[in-house]
Design a protein around this ligand. Structure first.
Ligand code: PLP
Length: 390
């Protein structure tokens, strides 16, 4: 073993079946899916519609409710900016939480500049919103509630069924960023009245640069203006020639999803057990909360994540969300959960997949232990802490 990939919430390895399914559309089946007058075009069109059906089957919805996008960032921008414009006559208020993905927070900041009011709900020490606070924050001007299903940094789950119920009772649209939930836990949208969700192929062993939006048609007519205008693709909702190979990859990845996560959860739990046993002053602050089966956010006292990572070149891990891991700021998610700056800087995300094994954990733990010891050996702060001076 010479390399372990434990950064599956950032992106995942593409499945062989997905790769094989995409190849024909990069080679011989190169038709434009809108050119249905000829055979190659019809082949491409058929492939696109098959993928739409595969995603709809995963979510138990009508394929007409699925729209392709380049991924969740685009979907999130489309929904938040689009609804802010389209629902102006109803109201100008959005509710979200302060531990959302940056795509949600940045889209909210953008619409605030256009005159929208955004309420950012606090989260508790596990990262979960308070449902009473949510109810009390809704006003007759609230047009959208945007709360993620599972957090990308911690794996912590929000009570999305209850949120959906509150939204329904108050006649407010519920947009759920389900990017991390999909593929890891089941989501039956025929049972949970969420209005809109987004998902992304590269989080479920599919290709990068492709995702989908589900927009419920039955319960509420949702009018989100087209984000990209051009041809009449996606019923005019998103113009541009279909990226057929990508769409096929997303469809196949959706088909390959299987919820037998016992093995992933076993690997994650084994990792946490070994870490707590072997590494002095390490902790998992989200232990005991509802979490994704693959995610672990750990805190190692007085060991900076960035420093640890440079000492572990053969282990892929993350010091926060992949999108912001170049940031010097401490994770906004951990800060929202009440971590101090120092605790946030000393936290790491491990996220596993079906491709990981306990043998990899046995390889990684001694390396992590040695790296922590080497960092602490030269650390005056650690020395002072051990002497009880801080
Ligand atoms: N939302 C969440 C919760 C995510 O984890 C990510 C990716 O890290 C995104 C949105 C953005 O997804 P994409 O990479 O498809 O733009």
């Amino acid at each position: 073993m010479d390399y372990c990939y434990f950064d599956n919430n950032a992106t995942t390895k593409i499945d062989n079946q997905v790769f094989e399914a995409m190849l024909p559309y990069l080679k011989d089946s190169y038709g434009n899916a809108s050119s249905v007058q000829h055979k190659l075009g019809r082949q491409a069109n058929h492939a696109v519609e098959k993928a739409r059906l595969q995603i709809a089957e995963l979510l138990n919805v009508n394929p007409k409710e699925i729209y392709f996008s380049s991924g969740s960032t685009e979907s999130i921008n489309t929904v938040i900016k689009g609804i802010s414009k389209a629902y102006q006559s109803k109201g100008n208020h959005i509710i979200t939480s302060n531990s959302e993905h940056k795509a949600v927070l940045s889209s909210c900041h953008a619409v605030e500049k256009e005159g929208m009011q955004v309420s950012y709900l606090k989260v508790n020490k596990f990262g979960i919103i308070d449902l009473e606070e949510l109810k009390n924050t809704i006003t007759d001007k609230t047009v959208l509630i945007s709360i993620m299903a599972a957090n990308n940094e911690t794996g912590v789950l929000q009570p999305i069924e209850e949120i959906a119920k509150i939204c329904l009772e108050n006649d407010v649209l519920f947009f759920c960023d389900a990017t991390q939930w999909i593929g890891k836990l089941p989501l039956d949208l025929s049972k949970i009245p969420i209005d809109i969700i987004c998902l992304s192929a590269h989080k479920i062993h599919g290709p990068k640069g492709i995702g989908a939006l589900y927009i419920r048609r039955k319960t509420k007519p949702t009018q989100i203006p087209a984000m990209i205008v051009g041809g009449k693709q996606e019923s005019g909702f998103r113009g541009g020639t279909y990226a057929v190979h990508q769409i096929v990859g997303l469809g196949e990845a959706a088909k390959q999803v299987n919820f037998d996560h016992d093995k992933v959860e076993e690997v994650r739990d084994y990792f946490e057990k070994r870490l707590l046993e072997e590494i002095e002053e390490s902790e998992i602050k989200t232990l005991g909360s509802s979490r994704l089966p693959n995610s672990s956010n750990i805190h190692i006292k007085h060991v900076k994540a960035t420093e640890l990572m440079t000492k572990l070149p053969t282990i892929a891990i993350s010091s926060g969300s992949a999108c912001v891991s170049g940031d010097r700021d401490p994770s906004h998610v951990l800060k929202a959960m009440g971590y101090t700056d120092d605790e946030a800087y000393c936290s790491l995300r491990f996220s596993f997949s079906k491709y990981n094994s306990k043998a990899e954990i046995d390889y990684a733990i001694p390396l992590i232990k040695a790296a922590c010891e080497s960092i602490r050996k030269d650390s005056p702060i650690w020395e002072m802490y051990k002497e009880g001076l801080i």
